[in-house]
Design a protein around this ligand. Structure first.
Ligand code: ZN
Length: 251
């Protein structure tokens, strides 16, 4: 899309003078040790690697500590059903998001009346309060659960409170295999994304250019479901180095 990318011509990644394994350091030392940096005005490939790595390849262990994870994603077409409270116009909003996801992943994510043989994402629009009551978290308004095997996702359930329909793309990112959130202040990198905390300046309602980049990257053939983070990281960097254009920080 013209105007989506910084500048009139494709912009190459800013060459990084040093390429610290920032996320690796973060894993080992904790977020407080991450070097403070200015907001990302001219993102480097390191920023993109850190972004995708943080969202997709790190998981929480039972003690709540981050540890290395693996690639989790869908492999084939996915039927998406819309259930619960009927909200006029919402089906079209979902269809628009699924179209963007299909283009970015190369897989067919399509609205369906019921689950078939394909993968299945159920989007359940819930009355206010039902989500929180069901899951015991008073501040929970949107929640996604995913189910799969060896990194390959088969099923996901997205619960959205009818008063917070703007978390649709956020939850769809979780359903696509992005487990985590982007805390730009902690990471020292301000990046526009639907996966930033709701009230942060990085938060977007609809997929940002960075989100689309992350989705496209995670669904490249070089990153098959189940691939461990150690193996995935160099491939991730190689894919992102190929990208000749880079989103501006706020896009
Ligand atoms: Zn979330």
């Amino acid at each position: 899309m013209p105007g989506l990318w910084r500048g009139a011509r494709p912009t190459r990644w800013r060459r990084a003078l040093v390429a610290p394994a920032l996320v690796g350091a973060w894993l080992a030392l904790g977020p407080a040790q991450a070097a403070a940096r200015d907001p990302v005005d001219q993102p480097s490939v390191d920023d993109a690697v850190a972004f995708v790595d943080t969202l997709a390849l790190i998981r929480e262990n039972p003690l709540g500590k981050p540890e290395a994870g693996w690639v989790r994603r869908w492999r084939g077409p996915v039927a998406v059903t819309l259930e619960g409270v009927a909200v006029p116009g919402f089906s079209a909003v979902v269809a628009t998001s699924l179209k963007r996801i299909s283009e970015a992943t190369g897989l067919a994510f399509h609205l369906a009346d019921h689950a078939g043989a394909d993968g299945h994402i159920a989007i359940r629009v819930r009355h206010q309060g039902v989500v929180a009551a069901s899951f015991g978290q008073s501040d929970a308004v949107c929640l996604t659960s995913t189910f799969g095997e060896a990194g390959e996702l088969h099923r996901a359930i997205v619960d959205i409170s009818e008063g917070y329909l703007d978390c649709l793309d956020h939850e769809l990112m979780h359903a696509l295999g992005f487990n985590n959130h982007w805390h730009g202040a902690t990471m020292g990198r301000s990046i526009a994304t639907v996966l930033a905390p709701r009230h942060s300046r990085d938060r977007r309602r609809a997929f940002s250019a960075w989100d689309i980049l992350a989705i496209r990257t995670l669904y490249r053939a070089e990153l098959p479901p189940g691939l461990e983070r150690d193996e995935a990281l160099p491939r991730l960097r190689a894919i992102l180095l190929e990208e000749s254009v880079v989103p501006a920080a706020g896009r």
